[in-house]
Design a binder for this molecule. Sequence first.
Ligand SMILES: Nc1ncnc2c1ncn2[C@@H]1O[C@H](COP(=O)(O)OP(=O)(O)OP(=O)(O)O)[C@@H](O)[C@H]1O
Ligand SMILES: [Mg+2]
Length: 330
Amino acid sequence: MDEARIKEALGKIEDPVDNNTLKANDAIRHIGVEDDKVTLLIGMRDPDDQKAKQKLRRELASVIKRELGFKGVRVEFEPLKKQGSVLERDVRYIGIASGKGGVGKSTVAANLALALQRIGKRVGIIDADIYGSNIPVILDMPIELPGADENERIRPFEKHGIEVSSTEFFIKEDKPVMWRGPMLSKMLNHFFYDIGWSEDVEYLIVDLPPGTGDVAIDIQKYVPSCKMVIVTTPHPSASSVALKAGLAARELDHDILGVVENMSYLDHGDERLKIFGEGGGDAVAQKLGVDVLQRIPVGQPKSGHHSLFGAEEEIGVLYLGLANKLIKSL
Ligand SMILES: Nc1ncnc2c1ncn2[C@@H]1O[C@H](COP(=O)(O)OP(=O)(O)OP(=O)(O)O)[C@@H](O)[C@H]1O
Ligand SMILES: [Mg+2]
């Protein structure tokens, strides 16, 4: 694989500020290869040191072009890992993935967070869906630039007792996000190193973008212990893609906690209608060797809220059941 070869070759280059190799500093944050071009995100001890940055840039370019024979290279830098980040604490990470878009990932992520909170857990949500983040909409949060705390960390917003950080808070309003590779990684860096999550946060739920690509791979670098919940609908068009996401997660050594089949059925009088077909959840679970943790029917919250279910509503109870199962298996 190109990435591994590039990583190996770049690893021996030294950061001019501390003279550690990039490998020793674990500074190679992202490698993207497209045709004959390479994009890199490199952690630097002091990205404000322009001279050091130039030197490093030259050395990176020399290895990529002369040694490895690529035609072009684009490099971005970011500061190396800060001390005291949430990654150094005992937090459980639950990644919500689906492969296909629109199957209810964010709805499940938000209601699961709410259920955990109702059980008495301290929860945060990372809305890492760079292409269509909508956790703030689901939780009815205004889009504002976050402030900083006394340690110069970004303060997460809080809603319904849940701490929230989202790409939405950092991007310009209504701009389609077309960031790729390094930018995605930069955003994740924000979530894990720059956000001042409360000391007592026990669970961080990560709403992943659809697809099996960059973010799922990058998240591996930050949180190797991130466990996955795969969301699918009963329909084969969703479940076949969800399975791919599951297999990709597995390939990255993420544990898969199980499958949530969303929009599973619709209760209409005495009848249970399978309006989106059936079998998708079971198919994915079986192929991944895990259980279907919950089946969530099609439904609207009775409270009048557009997405969040009350604790006493049928679907709210199903989410409590899901939360309890996850707590047990973590
Ligand atoms: N069980 C359900 N019953 C009825 N509507 C649902 C259900 N789950 C989700 N929805 C609705 O389906 C739409 C898509 O849900 P959501 O945004 O959570 O999906 P997503 O997988 O996060 O999508 P995206 O890929 O865009 O991030 C929303 O309008 C949501 O309210
Ligand atoms: Mg979503």
